[in-house]
Design a protein around this ligand. Structure first.
Ligand SMILES: Nc1ncnc2c1ncn2[C@@H]1O[C@H](COP(=O)(O)OP(=O)(O)OP(=O)(O)O)[C@@H](O)[C@H]1O
Ligand SMILES: [Mg+2]
Length: 602
C-alpha cells in the first residue's frame, strides 16, 4: 500500500538530533522573542512575582502555626495579619502566573503563525516531484505537531525549567539559613537523583514515542488516501479491504502506544518513589528535632510545605522534560521539511522573462523522470510567434510532459528550451509561469464556488472580465441552470461537477489569465461534439494573436493548426500541416485514417 511503502522510505532519524534541533529551535525562536521584547520582559516580571509569592507562603504558614502553638499556653489569639498575608500570597502566586501566561500567549501564537506560514510557503516552493511523492495526511500531522511543539518549547523552556531550578536553589538556601545545611544537602541530592532518573528513563522511552508518532503518521496518511479515493473504493466494493488495511495500521499504532504507556508507568512510579523517600527522610529529621525542641512545630510544617511545593513543579519537570523531548522530536520532522531544498528555483541572477512575440523553441531536449527511462529524446521544434502548433502522438508519448517542461516543473537532462530567445532556466519562475496559461489534462478544482475557481485564473480580474470568460467557455447555460448559479460549490477537487463542466471551468480560468502563450492539453476531450465545436471556435478566437500549443488525441480538432508535431516514443516522428502530413503518408496519415474509419463505423 502507498502508506506502507513511503513509511519504509522515510529516512531514519539521526541518533541524537535534539542537540542540533534545540540549537536550531532557539535560533529560530530568537527573532520572535526579540520582536516582543517588552512583552517578554513583563511576562518575566510576572513570573518573578509569582515565584516570590510561592516561596513566601510556607514561611507565612510557619508563623501561623507557631503563633497558634505558643497561644496554647497563653491566651489564644487568631494571627489575623499572618492569615491574611497567607491568603494574599496564595492569590498572588496564582494571579501572577495567569498574567504571565496571558502576556506570553501572544508571543507564542505569533511565532506559531509565522512558522506555520513559513512551512506552507516552503512546501509551495518545492518541486512537483516532491508533491507527487508526498503523503498529505502525514505532512499535515507533522506541521500540526511541529507548531504545537514549538509553542510548548517556548513556554516551558522560559517559564518552567529555569524558574524551577531557581526555586530549588532558593529552598535549599532557606533551609540552610533557618535550620542546618543538612536539610539543603538532602533536598539537593533528592532533586539530583530525581532529575538523573528522569533523564535516563526518558531517553530510553524516546524510541517508543518516536515509534508511536510514526504509526500515527502512517495511519493518518492511509485514512486520507482512502477517503480521497472514496468513489474507487465503492466501485470495487473494497470497504472491507480498506477497513482491514486501516485497522492493521491502527493496530500498529495501538501497539506502539502500549509500549509507550508501559514505559511511562516505569517512569512515573520511579519518580514517585524518589519523592516519597526524600520527603520521609526530611520529615524524620525535622520530627526528631521537634522532639528535642530544636525546631518548632511551625518549622516542621514549613519543611513539609516546602518539600511538597518543590516536588510539585519537579514532578512537572519530569513531564516537561518528556514533553520537551517529544516536542523536539516533532520539530525535527517539521525542520526536516523546512530543510528540504527546493530543486527548481530561480537561477542566481535570473531576470524576468522579456516577452516579445512569444516564440517557443525546443532545442534537442532530453528528459527523463527517472534515469534509465528516457521520455523525450533529442526533441527539437519551434512554435513561431502567434501560431498554433498541435502535438499529437500515442498515449504516454510525452505530450503532457512537454507542457510540464515548459512550466519548468522539472529539470531537463539535455538541450535547451527557450521563449523569445531566452533560456527558460535563466528567467524567474514567476515571470515564466505568468507568461503561460494552461488548460491541463486533468483539472483539479478548489473546494469553493464555480466563480471563485474561475476567478482564480487572475484574482485581480474585474467582474466583467470573469463574465466574459464564462461566456467564452460556454458556461453561461450551465451556470444559469444551477439553483445557486455561480456560487455553487464544486466539492473537493471539483468532484461535484461533470468532467466536461470541469473542463470548461478550466478553460474559463485559463482565458481569464490572459497570458500570451496558451497551452491546451486535451482541453475538449470530455465534451460532446456540439459543445466541442463551440468551444473550439471560442478557443480560436481567444488564441488569435497568441502563441498556442494544442495537445489532442482527436485529430479532427487540430486540422487547422499551422504545424502539427507527431511524437513517437519521445522523438519527433514528423511535422507539417495537416495536408502536408496526409500527403507524406506516414504516422500521422495512418492515425488519421484509423480515426476516420472509427467515425464512419459509428
Ligand atoms: N511523475 C512521473 N514520474 C515518472 N514517470 C512519469 C511521470 N509522469 C509521467 N510519467 C511517464 O512519462 C510518460 C509520458 O507521460 P505524459 O503524461 O507526457 O504522456 P502523454 O503523451 O501526455 O500521454 P496521454 O496522451 O496519455 O496523456 C508516461 O509513460 C508516463 O508514465
Ligand atoms: Mg497527457
Amino acid at each position: 500500500m502507498r502508506g506502507m511503502r513511503s513509511a519504509a522510505k522515510q529516512p531514519e532519524p539521526a541518533k541524537r538530533p535534539e542537540a542540533t534541533s534545540l540549537k536550531q529551535t532557539v535560533a529560530m525562536l530568537w527573532p520572535y522573542l526579540w520582536q516582543f521584547k517588552y512583552r517578554v520582559l513583563l511576562a518575566l516580571l510576572a513570573l518573578v512575582a509569582a515565584k516570590a509569592a510561592t516561596l513566601l507562603m510556607p514561611l507565612a504558614l510557619k508563623y501561623i502555626v507557631d503563633a497558634l502553638d505558643q497561644g496554647r499556653h497563653n491566651l489564644l489569639v487568631v494571627p489575623v495579619a499572618m492569615l491574611l498575608l497567607y491568603g494574599g500570597l496564595r492569590f498572588a502566586s496564582v494571579f501572577f502566573g495567569e498574567v504571565r501566561d496571558a502576556l506570553f500567549g501572544r508571543v507564542t501564537e505569533h511565532a506559531m503563525r509565522k512558522l506555520g506560514l513559513r512551512v506552507f510557503q516552503h512546501l509551495h516552493s518545492l518541486e512537483l516531484a516532491f508533491h507527487l511523492d508526498r503523503q498529505t495526511g502525514g505532512i499535515s500531522r507533522d506541521i500540526e505537531r511541529g507548531t504545537n511543539g514549538l509553542s510548548f518549547l517556548m513556554r516551558f523552556l522560559m517559564f518552567n525549567i529555569a524558574p524551577t531550578l531557581f526555586e530549588i536553589l532558593a529552598v535549599a538556601l532557606i533551609f540552610a539559613t533557618l535550620f542546618s545545611p543538612f536539610y539543603s544537602v538532602v533536598t539537593v541530592l533528592a532533586v539530583a537523583v530525581y532529575i538523573f532518573f528522569t533523564v535516563v528513563i526518558t531517553e530510553w522511552r524516546n524510541k517508543y514515542t518516536r515509534e508511536a508518532n510514526q504509526a500515527d503518521n502512517t495511519t493518518n496518511s492511509r485514512a486520507v488516501d482512502s477517503l480521497l479515493n472514496y468513489e474507487t473504493v465503492k466501485y470495487f466494493n473494497n470497504e472491507q479491504y480498506e477497513a482491514k488495511t486501516y485497522d492493521s495500521f491502527l493496530a500498529r499504532w495501538e501497539q506502539a502506544r502500549l509500549k509507550n504507556r508501559l514505559s511511562l508507568l516505569a517512569l512515573n512510579s520511579g519518580q514517585a518513589l524518589i519523592i516519597a523517600a526524600a520527603i520521609t527522610a526530611l520529615m524524620w529529621l525535622a520530627a526528631d528535632e521537634v522532639v528535642s525542641q530544636k525546631l518548632t512545630l511551625g518549622d516542621l510544617v514549613m519543611v513539609n510545605a516546602y518539600m511538597i511545593q518543590l516536588f510539585l513543579p519537579l514532578n512537572f519537570l519530569g513531564f516537561v522534560y518528556r514533553e520537551i523531548r517529544r516536542a523536539l522530536t516533532d520539530l525535527e520532522n517539521m525542520l526536516g521539511l523546512l530543510k528540504r531544498k527546493a530543486d527548481i528555483t530561480d537561477a542566481e541572477n535570473a531576470s524576468p522573462l522579456q516577452l516579445a512575440s512569444g516564440e517557443i523553441h525546443f532545442q534537442q531536449v532530453d528528459f527523463a523522470y527517472q534515469c534509465g527511462r528516457p521520455i523525450l529524446q533529442q526533441l527539437s521544434f519551434t512554435v513561431p510567434p502567434g501560431s498554433k502548433v498541435a502535438i499529437v502522438g500515442a498515449s504516454g508519448a510525452g505530450k503532457s510532459t512537454i507542457a510540464r517542461l515548459l512550466y519548468r516543473f522539472y529539470r531537463i537532462t539535455g538541450g535547451r528550451i527557450s521563449i523569445d530567445g531566452q533560456d527558460i532556466s535563466t528567467v524567474t519562475l514567476d515571470s515564466l509561469r505568468r507568461a503561460i496559461a494552461i488548460v491541463p489534462q486533468d483539472t483539479v478544482l478548489f473546494n469553493s464556488s464555480i466563480r471563485d475557481n474561475i476567478h482564480y485564473g487572475r484574482p485581480d480580474a474585474s467582474e466583467q472580465e470573469v463574465e466574459q470568460a464564462i461566456d467564452l467557455a460556454h458556461l453561461r447555460g450551465f451556470i444559469n441552470s444551477l439553483p445557486y448559479g455561480d456560487a455553487t460549490l464544486v466539492g473537493e477537487r471539483g468532484l461535484k461537477v461533470s468532467g466536461g463542466e470541469k473542463q470548461r471551468i478550466a478553460i474559463a480560468r485559463a482565458i481569464l489569465k490572459k497570458s500570451p502563450i496558451l497551452v491546451f492539453d486535451e482541453a475538449t476531450s470530455a465534451l460532446d461534439s456540439t459543445s466541442e465545436q463551440a468551444i473550439l471556435q471560442a478557443m480560436r478566437e481567444v488564441a488569435r494573436n497568441h502563441t498556442s500549443v494544442v495537445i489532442a488525441h482527436r485529430l479532427s480538432t487540430i486540422t487547422d493548426a499551422d504545424n502539427i508535431i507527431v511524437l513517437k516514443h519521445g522523438r519527433l516522428a514528423e511535422q507539417g500541416s495537416h495536408s502536408e502530413l496526409l500527403a507524406a503518408n506516414g504516422e500521422y496519415a495512418r492515425m488519421w485514417q484509423l480515426q476516420q474509419k472509427q467515425q464512419t463505423d459509428r
